[in-house]
Write a protein that binds this ligand. Structure first.
Ligand SMILES: Cc1cc2nc3c(=O)[nH]c(=O)nc-3n(C[C@H](O)[C@H](O)[C@H](O)COP(=O)(O)OP(=O)(O)OC[C@H]3O[C@@H](n4cnc5c(N)ncnc54)[C@H](O)[C@@H]3O)c2cc1C
Ligand code: FES
Length: 275
């Protein structure tokens, strides 16, 4: 993990209120892996005060130009509004790579990939990496409707799904996975809202798959100190921190149903904005 000033190389709109930012990566930070995230400060002042977490969506060595990463981010509040105004040549204060990445599937397990909404970044990184190694895996990505589909390069074989059927397959990526996943031992690797992760955990249990699920929790410190990003362990056995223990967790490490109930929209809205 390293803190450095990362130069913005590009910052383009890929869908309404959704952007892709390319950032120069410090070689000394080491190559990030799918599931790793960074925290960014987009201002030199104190507003917003807290760093904001974003999953890494790609990593390229880029030869003499030096390494670069991309993040895919939704413009939601003050920090992402500031990020969206940055042009090439600006810099952001970046800390990363952070967190526990997706594990490699065990021998004999086929990877199955699913992502929803802003959970796209880390799973896209994994799908791109597997495809570049000639090991493309089924990858289902879900959006609410056709106008939310981002204009980005998906790896060959990606299945786009929309809740309303206005583009691609109708339904969620897990609906598609439940009807189309190949038979046999598999590991479901997924990222998305808490309700989607609970559905992924149910599907994995039904099919006897293992699963690695990445949570995009509300974070404050981002380094394991404040307990602001916790998820419940099963059977009331306390909590784990998304930033320091995750954000990728195994199927049995978290009570995914309890987490989905806890972070249902009215509760999330009641949390209000962050400093
Ligand atoms: C490990 C991790 C990886 C992430 N990766 C991405 C990513 O790749 N792309 C991306 O767009 N976002 C990602 N996020 C979420 C991102 O950090 C927030 O969108 C960002 O911090 C918003 O900052 P803001 O100041 O613009 O808005 P804020 O004022 O902080 O938030 C505005 C509103 O957005 C909602 N919100 C913000 N953060 C979350 C959250 N974590 N969960 C649910 N609702 C939230 C709330 O309703 C809030 O009121 C990730 C979060 C984590 C923890
Ligand atoms: S954000 Fe502070 S402990 Fe995770």
């Amino acid at each position: 993990m390293l803190q450095f000033e990362a130069e913005v190389l590009a910052n383009r709109t890929v869908a309404p209120a959704w952007k892709e930012m390319a950032l120069r990566w410090a070689a000394e930070a080491g190559p990030p892996l799918p599931g790793h995230f960074v925290t960014l400060r987009s201002t030199r002042g104190y507003d917003p005060l807290l760093r904001r977490p974003f999953a890494i969506a790609s990593f390229e060595e880029r030869g003499r130009e030096g390494p670069a990463v991309t993040i895919l981010y939704q413009v939601r509040g003050p920090a992402t509004a500031l990020l969206s105004d940055l042009g090439p040549g600006s810099t952001v204060d970046l800390l990363g790579p952070l967190g526990r990445p997706f594990p490699d599937p065990l021998p004999g397990e086929s990877p199955l990939l699913a992502a929803g909404g802003v959970g796209l970044g880390p799973v896209l990184f994994l799908a791109r990496r597997l495809a570049s190694r000639g090991k493309a895996a089924p990858f289902a990505v879900g959006f609410r409707t056709a106008s939310a589909l981002p204009d980005i390069a998906f790896p060959p074989g990606t299945v786009l799904c929309t809740d309303d059927g206005s583009a691609g397959e109708r339904g969620t990526p897990l609906d598609w996975m439940s009807h189309n996943a190949p038979q046999g031992a598999a590991r479901l690797l997924a990222c998305g809202p808490a309700a989607m992760l609970a559905a992924a955990a149910r599907l994995a249990r039904e099919r006897g798959w293992s699963a690695s699920l990445s949570a995009e929790q509300w974070m404050a410190c981002g380094v394991g100190v404040c307990m602001g990003c916790v998820l419940p362990r099963p059977a009331g056995a306390g909590f784990l921190r998304a930033c320091a223990d995750g954000p990728v967790f195994g199927l049995d490490e978290i009570d995914w149903e309890a987490e989905a109930r806890r972070s249902a929209p009215p509760a999330a809205a009641a949390k209000g904005g962050r400093p």
